[in-house]
Structures are given as structure tokens and as C-alpha cells.
Design a protein around this ligand. Structure first.
Ligand code: IPE
Ligand code: IPE
Ligand code: MG
Length: 251
């Protein structure tokens, strides 16, 4: 619990003020539950991914509106290629149509984290083009596609080895991750009722606050974002130290 703002005060504040007062700059979402959402409706899993992809746009725009600097979404893990070909292809098509419609977004600097280029020439080309066309914009969006946290760390270490380094620092490693130059997530939200990280931002999540909800991603709303943000604001982030008042009291 934090001591400078009570839960009641946080509840009464406009959400933009909660974001600013709690120094929340970056939310990351593990967008899980599309398949179960579809199954409940006797629809194919792909239908859940379609609604999930539309919802992703709504949530990302909302995060910008309430004052976030950066947002990350986990859209496709390196392990997700194990799924049936039909589902995997549907996810690739959704990515391509998302990129085709991304011209509507005027303030977003896109970055794809992971190795989308390994999934095919078209995906590689389109993702690179979108990154280049949107460079320098104020709101940063990381889309994790063909992303794995362990693979990201190994890749960073290999690039340091290739530079001839025999000993490395945390800053040097951070600077070789896909997320280099962008803030680490302050808050990681996972929808879909699973309480695990599933190989997401393993390095960057060192001091992120974790928030899990049963809501399935296609049902996740902007009101749910507010709830997670208010919960984040009520937590005390100590980063291994003590709260200021406890440090003074010495107890
Ligand atoms: C998350 O939803 C999206 C991807 C992993 C691509 P799932 O497809 O994992 O949905 P569930 O977990 O089966 O409900
Ligand atoms: C994590 O969800 C990956 C994404 C949301 C893209 P999964 O559904 O793949 O994770 P597991 O299999 O439940 O760990
Ligand atoms: Mg899942």
C-alpha cells in the first residue's frame, strides 16, 4: 500500500491524474483469451482473434489518451507457431490488415519486437516499412510478434559476443534488446485468467507491477484499464528499498 494517496483519493481522481501522479509511463498487455472467447460462442478461434485485434486498437488508443508514453502488446509468441496452420495463418492475415489500416494512427511510433521477419517476406517488409514511416512520433507502441523473452536475451548476448565483449554490463545488455531506448513496463496486465508470464519481457519485467484479470481479451474494456491503473497507483513500488516514511522511522 502506498502512503501518500489513499485508495479513496485514488478512486475519486480523474484517470489522467492517477496516471500522472503514479508515474505510470508504460503499460504492457498479454492479450490472452481470444480462443476461449470464441469457444464460448461456438465460433472458430479465428473469430476470437478478429474481435481481439479490433479491441487491441481501442485499448492502445485509450492508453495514449490517458497519458501513457509507451504501450506494449503481446500478439504472437515464438511458441504460438505450434498452433494449427489455419489459426497461425489467420493471425498473420490479421497482422497484415492491421498494418494496412495503421495509416489512421497519426501519433504512434510503431516498433515490432521479436522476429516477425522470420515468418515470411511480406510480414518482414510490411513491419519494417511501418516502423520507418512512423519514426519520431511521440507515442511508442511495441508489438511483440514472433517474440520470445529468452530468445531476445540470447540474441542480445550474441550481439555483444560478436562485438568482441568478454564481460558485459546490464546497461549494455539492455541496449541490445528489441526494446532499447524505450522505457521498461511499469505495469503488465494479463487477461484470460492465467497467472504466468509465458516468456514475455523477461528482462524488462524485473520491477514491473503484475496485474491479472479473468476477463478474456475480446471483452477487455477501457473501464478495465482504469481499474488496473488505479490498482497500480495504490501499490507501493519500493525497488528493493523502503517507503520514505519507514526509512525515516527506521522500523
Ligand atoms: C491470445 O489468445 C492470442 C494469442 C496467443 C495469439 P489465445 O489464442 O491464447 O486464447 P486462449 O488462451 O486459447 O483462450
Ligand atoms: C501468451 O499467450 C502469448 C500471447 C498472448 C500472444 P498463450 O496463450 O500463448 O500462453 P500460454 O500457452 O497460455 O502460456
Ligand atoms: Mg492463451
Amino acid at each position: 500500500m502506498r502512503e501518500d494517496m489513499t485508495k479513496k483519493e485514488i478512486e475519486a481522481m480523474p484517470i489522467e491524474e492517477v496516471v500522472a501522479k503514479s508515474n505510470l509511463r508504460h503499460i504492457a498487455f498479454i492479450m490472452d483469451g481470444n480462443g476461449r472467447w470464441a469457444k464460448k460462442r461456438l465460433l472458430p478461434r479465428e473469430a476470437g482473434h478478429k474481435v481481439g485485434a479490433d479491441n487491441f486498437k481501442t485499448i492502445v488508443r485509450y492508453c495514449k489518451k490517458i497519458g501513457m508514453e509507451c504501450c506494449t502488446v503481446y500478439a504472437f509468441s515464438t511458441e504460438n507457431v505450434k498452433r494449427p496452420q489455419r489459426e497461425v495463418e489467420a493471425l498473420f492475415r490479421l497482422l497484415i490488415s492491421f498494418i494496412e489500416e495503421a495509416g489512421e494512427e497519426k501519433d504512434i511510433e510503431f516498433r515490432f519486437i521479436g522476429e516477425p521477419g522470420e515468418l515470411g517476406e511480406t510480414i518482414g517488409k510490411r513491419t519494417r516499412e511501418l516502423e520507418e514511416a512512423t519514426r519520431g512520433r511521440p507515442y511508442r507502441l511495441n508489438i511483440a510478434f514472433n517474440y520470445g523473452g529468452r530468445a531476445e536475451i540470447v540474441r542480445a548476448v550474441n550481439s555483444l559476443i560478436a562485438e568482441g565483449k568478454r564481460e558485459i554490463t546490464e546497461d549494455e545488455l539492455s541496449a541490445r534488446l528489441y526494446t532499447a531506448g524505450r522505457p521498461e513496463p511499469d505495469l503488465i496486465v494479463r487477461t484470460g485468467a492465467e497467472m504466468r508470464i509465458s516468456n514475455f519481457l523477461l528482462w524488462q519485467a524485473a520491477y514491473a507491477e503484475l496485474y491479472f484479470t479473468d476477463r478474456l481479451w475480446p471483452d477487455y474494456t477501457t473501464a478495465d484499464v482504469d481499474e488496473a491503473v488505479r490498482e497500480f497507483a495504490s501499490r507501493s513500488r519500493r525497488f528493493g528499498g523502503l517507503d520514505a516514511a519507514d526509512a525515516v522511522r527506521g522500523v
